[in-house]
Design a protein around this ligand. Sequence first.
Ligand code: ZN
Ligand code: ZN
Length: 239
Amino acid sequence: MIGCNCEVCTSGDKKDNRLRSSILVQSATTTLVVDAGPDFRYQMLRNKVKYLDAVIFTHPHKDHMAGLDDVKAYNFLHKKPMNIYADSLTEEALRRDFYYAFTDTKYPGIPELNLNTITLEPFLVGDIPITPVLVWHLKMPVLGFRFGKFTYITDANKIDDTEKDKIRGSEVLALNALRKTKHISHFTLDEAIGIVEELRIPVAYFTHISHQLGQHALVESELPDGMHLAYDGLELEFK
Ligand SMILES: [Zn+2]
Ligand SMILES: [Zn+2]
């Protein structure tokens, strides 16, 4: 947190040093990221991501989409527009916030985007099958995504029963857990633990963590078996 001197913000443990929430999903032939927040450029630099096929958006909040402009580096590298996947609500925000990428008069240096509107229907990016999962962020619909054995959900504080069925059977769930005290639009740590237990997911990683949650090592040691705090640079492999 800018300007904060709390024990998390001043911690020497790298796992306490977090950028905005995002994941990169990679198969043998396809690489995509979920969300492109303000840290997107640095995340791509830090992880030396040289090829990117697509950006998939969860919802139109700035901490998840503000970095989209920087896909222009991939336009330059791959000599083609970037494939963007967003539902109609997020598409509307993208067209508003990045209006200059959607005008008829193109000029050099603006991102080239190939916008695909998604719904709750499963879709395919390259060879990666994706099933959207609708979750609620107070009153805003947000998309989680299931990639085979792995489901990624961020910015939720409520999940309808019908959508929970789409998550059941996942081997690993990444789920948002902001802090221990109640929040209007994010699951607390206890609420997130409750969802993992209810859906009987064997392994869970909590993400979209606030500095208010406490130090990584301390909170990690308090979690039930199979549950962990996610951290920047965490990699998971699925066979
Ligand atoms: Zn949000
Ligand atoms: Zn967020």
